[in-house]
Design a protein around this ligand. Structure first.
Ligand SMILES: CC(C)(COP(=O)(O)OP(=O)(O)OC[C@H]1O[C@@H](n2cnc3c(N)ncnc32)[C@H](O)[C@@H]1OP(=O)(O)O)[C@@H](O)C(=O)NCCC(=O)NCCS
Length: 163
């Protein structure tokens, strides 16, 4: 089970007149799983709720369907209660040399709680440590990736998609 330690001020007690705050282990309210059958509609929803829709073909369900079906790593983060989709990592890997992480998206209401970082860690776990994890950052991710320990590569070259 995913577990984290959460400080609960309500558990503060007075011992000898000094309030003490205890931390107790709590199950995380969300789970991570490989979800190869993620639907185009569900993918579209998380693109929209994260803000990444502006930089993806979010209105083209056929294309989203192909993106989900042909990716070989799809990790989702869902609420433990109700199963709502709150994060996704979509990647293509040969499981031996390289893993290309194409889309990382976390619902705006849940950002800043370590979900993006864990989605990357799980993607790396599935791709295998022999594979380099490679990605192109959206403008919003420029400061994020160095912050969580990724190193910038100065020899990345691209032939841009035409449509
Ligand atoms: C970028 C994104 C995936 C980050 O996910 P997240 O779950 O909010 O990030 P995390 O909680 O794992 O953040 C880990 C750390 O990075 C920091 N961080 C988060 N977003 C950041 C940003 N945009 N710039 C700099 N630091 C950032 C957090 O404060 C946290 O710092 P800490 O460990 O020192 O407390 C999410 O904000 C998102 O979906 N954005 C819109 C889509 C996008 O731009 N995707 C990336 C390009 S493909």
């Amino acid at each position: 089970m995913n577990a984290t330690r959460v400080r609960i001020p309500l558990l503060a007690v007075c011992l000898g007149g000094v309030p003490r705050c205890y931390s107790v282990p709590m199950a995380q309210p969300w789970t991570f799983q490989a979800e190869p059958g993620l639907s185009a509609r569900a993918f579209q929803g998380i693109l929209e709720r994260s803000g990444l829709a502006a930089r993806r073909p979010a209105g083209d369900l056929d294309r989203l369907e192909a993106m989900c079906r042909n990716a070989n790593i799809l990790i989702t983060c869902r609420l433990a209660e109700g199963g709502g989709l709150i994060g996704v990592a979509r990647a293509v890997s040969d499981f031996a040399y390289c893993t290309y992480l194409s889309d990382l998206a976390v619902d705006k209401d849940y950002q800043g709680q370590g979900i993006g970082k864990q989605l990357i860690a799980k993607t790396r776990e599935v791709g295998g440590k022999r594979a380099a994890l490679i990605l192109l950052s959206a403008p919003d991710g420029q400061d994020y990736y160095p912050h969580i320990g990724l190193t910038k590569h100065n020899s990345c070259w691209v032939i841009r998609r035409e449509e």
